[in-house]
Ligand binder design. Structure first.
Ligand code: UDP
Ligand code: MG
Length: 336
């Protein structure tokens, strides 16, 4: 517990976890800037950079930094597993009593690290950095973030509006996230908002991305949106029932009209109505199957129990760290 550390006067160790994918252009600047802030915090620290299968020389650059500063550690994943997996890998390897997750592109201002730390020292176990304005983000990114956050907040019952992956987690929370939330399909932002515990918020303006464009493709964002939604609510499945009821009402209406026409001695009007009904019912069935399919796909991912990531190499952890998959029986304390 964070509070005990201060009672025993032991200097806490702060870990800063940075997921990086093809960040060759800016990784050195980002790490240097983060270090300059950390040096101003009166606490011991380490930086854990997770290279998420970059195809450029991001990892080589991190290794060079790690050779000159032993507090910089790095893990290289065997391929690109996505930011969620990279964050998880970082959390598993972070030894600190508090862990900060921050992007490698300086869109999360490192200047806030002392504020996050301060809130933690005051007893908060999770400190969320919340985006105040996102003016400098692209329109698609803003729209995608808006939809994801609205869907998860509206249907999932947790507030992720304007939240970011820039957070501080107490070691106790990190342990919970690693060991007690067994799902493979992860939405870090949502999970950390779902936990409860003592939370605090600080606000920041999103800076322009340093280096090139966002690493999220449209499909990756869509995948994240589906994961975010299916991880937190089964409401879309209920929509299937609603569609079924709507089709039933439509059927009854059309049938009543046919009976009415028959009673009135008119010819039952027909072809267009039949086609419209068929098309509508057909599309409702397809949408429903699609929604059910999404959930089945997620169940399939979960039951396969594949590890969230595979590690290729690492630097700065002393002895060779074991391959830390979720089911490897790995304990965080072994790394300390
Ligand atoms: N990232 C990652 N794996 C990926 C995509 C992104 O580790 O597959 C990292 C990326 O290097 C950056 C952070 O996640 O440090 C946020 O990525 P980006 O800036 O592209 O996303 P955005 O700011 O648009 O949410
Ligand atoms: Mg970014």
């Amino acid at each position: 517990m964070s509070n005990n550390i201060f009672l025993t006067n032991k200097a806490p160790v702060l870990s800063v976890v940075i997921p990086a994918y093809n960040e060759s252009i800016g990784i050195e600047r980002a790490v240097t800037e983060i270090i300059s802030i950390l040096l101003g915090c009166e606490t011991e620290w380490e930086i854990v950079v997770v290279d998420d299968g970059s195809r450029d020389d991001t990892y080589q650059k991190i290794c060079r930094l790690a050779q000159s500063e032993p507090r910089i550690k790095a893990i290289s994943l065997s391929r690109n597993f996505g930011k969620e997996a990279a964050l998880f890998a970082g959390l598993e390897h972070a030894a600190g009593e508090a862990v900060i997750t921050i992007d490698a592109d300086l869109q999360h201002p490192p200047i806030l690290i002392p504020d996050l730390l301060e809130k933690w020292k005051q007893g908060a176990q999770i400190v969320h950095a919340v985006k105040r304005v996102r003016n400098r983000e692209s329109i698609e990114k803003k729209a995608a973030a808006y939809c994801i956050n609205k869907l998860v907040s509206g249907f999932g019952g947790i507030n992720t509006n304007n939240s970011s992956d820039y957070k501080l987690l107490d070691a106790e929370i990190v342990d919970i996230v690693i060991h007690q939330l067994p799902e493979r399909e992860r939405f870090y932002r949502g999970l950390t908002s779902w936990l409860g515990f003592k939370e605090e918020y600080i606000y920041f303006d999103v800076d322009s991305r340093q280096g090139d464009n966002s690493k999220w493709s449209f499909l990756a964002l869509l995948e994240l949106a589906i994961t975010a939604l299916t991880s937190f609510t089964s409401l879309p499945l209920r929509i299937v029932t609603v569609l079924g009821i709507a089709t039933l009402i439509l059927g009854i209406t059309v049938a009543s009209e046919a009976v009415w026409s028959f009673m009135a001695g008119q010819a039952v009007s027909g072809f267009a109505t039949t086609i419209i009904c068929l098309l509508m019912i057909g599309s409702f069935i397809m949408i429903s199957l699609g929604i059910i399919g999404e959930y089945i796909a997620k169940i399939y991912e979960e039951v396969k129990k594949r590890p969230l990531y595979l590690m290729k190499s690492s630097i700065g952890f002393g002895e060779k760290p074991a391959l830390k998959t979720y089911d490897s029986g790995y304990k965080r304390s072994e790394m300390r």
